[in-house]
Design a protein around this ligand. Structure first.
Ligand code: ATP
Ligand code: MG
Length: 393
């Protein structure tokens, strides 16, 4: 009997006017990720269906679990939509399952089908009770849900399914620029932003020779983990060395981090505009370090009007770590290569910086010119699921 993976969109159904756009984006994303598999994907306004080969199911499942915009999915048997066909096949299908309690739940999507849902539940439930030993009906908490979804041409029979990753399909929102360091927080921030449908570019600030090529490789490896959730990510690498050195040469020690982050935001704003982005995304978490107190955030954020999205702002570190483990970035993030923030961290960074002081300190050197140089020398690499970058290192 033919089986398909039946996909339910979930939250997309609330997007009335944009429904087709969301569905088409999900369809495109699925198609791209499943290139190379023996699949046939089709869609209607309510469902997506993937015909598949059994031997490839585990791999396909692995991919589907990382595609946003899917609420639930099931393996569904297809029979044609007639009472006789449904009755003829349902026993054979149900007998493959082991369970002691069940409930039949019919959904009559084709209103021309002349038997009502409740009636179908009774007919099919009765048949199962009569033909299978040691099973009973439990309408409240059944072990096996037997879903019978009657559509115009086909009826889909399926059981308890798999939870999809939720959210909106990547690409259903505009582009955001993720500030991606080698730490734990920023890959998690990127993952959560993609879950809301944002497609990403990533920006990494490096300070060679104070930071190593290993640190850069770490960021590339983190990006590779993130592209499992999307198609590809352009990673922009900024040579931040001259600016960092100038800050530490010219500015008050306790303001160095504040000013460094103001410089990062200034550069981010320009990269956002150069690459058709709309927002900055980062892994700042309130109170985590001196630069992430609310007073610091205000002084740092003052350099740009571009919205800054901070998906992990209100999460505890342990909650962030849980997500990092789930998306498999944690083990890379804890590798001990220095990041430009950690290399230059002063003994006592200011916790409640004053805007006037930050302005006075940063005006001690000509940063505009240095920022322009950074942008001219931006090194961009496209990271996708498959490519390798040995030649860049
Ligand atoms: P950790 O998990 O150790 O906190 P982190 O990446 O969050 O690492 P923070 O110093 O807390 O590092 O920086 C806050 C945010 O600023 C990061 O989450 C990241 O978005 C951005 N950021 C910091 N350093 C860099 C960098 N070198 N390149 C790009 N973005 C950076
Ligand atoms: Mg952090």
């Amino acid at each position: 009997m033919n089986r398909v993976i039946l996909i339910k969109y979930g939250e997309l159904t609330t997007k009335k006017g944009n429904r087709n756009f969301f569905i088409n984006t999900l369809f495109k994303n699925l198609k791209k990720k499943l290139v190379g598999f023996s699949v046939n994907i089709s869609k209607d306004r309510a469902r997506m269906y993937i015909e598949f080969e059994d031997r490839e199911f585990a791999e396909i499942k692995n991919i589907i679990d990382k595609i946003f915009g899917i609420h639930m999915y099931h393996i569904a048997y297809i029979v044609s939509s007639s009472l006789e066909e449904i009755k003829k096949n349902i026993l054979e299908i149900v007998k493959k399952e082991s369970f002691s309690t069940f409930k039949v739940e019919t959904k009559r999507c084709d209103k021309n089908f002349d038997i009502h849902s409740q009636e179908m539940n009774k007919i099919l439930g009765g048949m199962i009770l009569k033909n299978m030993a040691n099973v009973s009906v439990d309408v409240h908490n059944p072990e096996l849900f037997i879903h019978v979804e009657i559509r115009e041409k086909n009826t889909y029979i399926y059981f308890n399914g798999f939870k999809g990753s939720g959210g909106y399909p990547v690409g259903s929102q505009a582009r955001g620029m993720l500030m991606l360091s080698g730490g734990i927080d920023s890959p998690v921030a990127g993952y959560l932003a993609m879950k809301r449908g944002i497609s990403l570019d990533a920006v990494y600030f490096e300070a060679i020779p104070h930071t190593s090529l290993n640190a850069r490789q770490k960021v590339i490896d983190l990006t590779k983990k993130l592209v499992k959730y999307c198609d590809s990510i352009n990673l922009h690498i900024v040579n931040f060395t001259p600016i960092q050195e100038a800050i530490y040469k010219n500015c008050r020690g306790d303001y160095c981090i504040t000013i460094m982050r103001r410089m990062m935001y200034r550069i981010m704003e320009k990269i956002v505009n150069m690459h058709k982005g709309y927002v900055i995304i980062n892994g700042e978490s309130i109170g985590q370090v001196a630069s992430q107190t609310l007073t610091s955030m205000k002084v740092i954020n003052q350099v740009t009007n571009i919205p800054v999205i901070r998906p992990v702002a209100c999460l505890d570190k342990l909650e962030i770590i849980d997500i990092a483990r789930k998306i498999d970035t944690y083990d890379i993030s804890i590798l001990p290569f220095e990041d430009c923030c950690t290399v230059f961290v002063p003994k006592h960074p200011i916790i409640n910086p004053k805007l006037e002081v930050a302005l006075a300190e940063e005006n001690k050197f000509n940063y505009e010119e240095m920022i322009d140089t950074c942008l001219r020398e931006l090194n961009t690499i496209k990271v996708s699921d498959t490519n390798e970058f040995e030649d860049l290192l």
